[in-house]
Ligand binder design. Structure first.
Ligand code: GRF
Length: 212
């Protein structure tokens, strides 16, 4: 069975969704860069080993990343899932875990990389928004895409209501992506693209506002 390590910085709802998804892998540890991350308590309640590697304890990004890598490698993970992990990682770190490091991002990438995705989506007036699970590469929020979910944007939406709608889908697609990775049904190929041997299923188009 494959091992997975989850990295968090805060609330940990995506982490919780993974812990409760009955995944075909062993969740070996949850690691946070903040000792006060709420998600750590949730992990402990699920009897998952936790660790804190506090970025504030390190003089620069390279030394923090080295300490983080040491904490990760203790568990020899096959998959490392960033779940609301709010530190930008060095290229060296990202290359070291090529094909193993995945992230969930609250937009339909490549639209809206970075932060405040829901605010930016609302101010642009887009009608369809969503979330993405992707392999992590050195360019922030630009790695090869594994799965995406789209949601409608309502006229009455606030950043809060929109983020809740997107978050609900994040929890579903992240568990699905990790399941494929753990079963070896999806991988990053030598050309740096996503390969997979699962069947593509016909999906319904999301058109919003709907056609007459
Ligand atoms: C999620 O929206 C995730 O996509 C983004 O940060 C948020 C983290 O939420 N990267 P949580 O900590 O998983 O609840």
């Amino acid at each position: 069975m494959k091992n997975i390590v989850i990295l968090i910085s805060g609330r940990g709802s995506n982490m919780q969704a993974l812990l409760e998804a009955n995944l075909p892998c062993k969740i070996a540890a949850v690691i946070s860069n903040r000792a006060d991350a709420q998600g750590l308590e949730i992990a402990r309640m699920h009897d998952i080993p936790t660790a804190v590697v506090a970025h504030r304890d390190y003089p620069d990004r390279a030394s923090f990343d080295a300490a983080l890598a040491a904490a990760i490698d203790r568990h020899a993970p096959d998959v490392i899932a960033l779940a609301g992990f709010m530190r930008i990682l060095t290229d060296h770190f990202v290359e070291r875990y090529r094909g193993k490091l995945v992230n969930i991002h609250p937009s339909l990438l490549p639209a809206y990389p970075g932060i405040d995705t829901h605010e930016r989506a609302l101010s642009d007036g887009i009608k369809i928004h969503g979330c993405t699970v992707h392999f992590v590469t050195p360019t922030l929020d630009h790695g090869p895409i594994i799965i995406q979910a789209a949601v409608p944007v309502m006229r009455s939406d606030t950043p809060q209501t929109l983020s809740e709608r997107v978050l609900h889908e994040e929890h579903r697609i992240y568990a699905q992506a990790i399941r494929w990775l753990c079963r070896g049904q999806v991988w990053l190929n030598k050309e740096g693209r996503v390969s997979g041997n699962r069947l593509e299923q016909p999906g319904a188009a999301l058109i919003f506002p709907g056609l007459e």
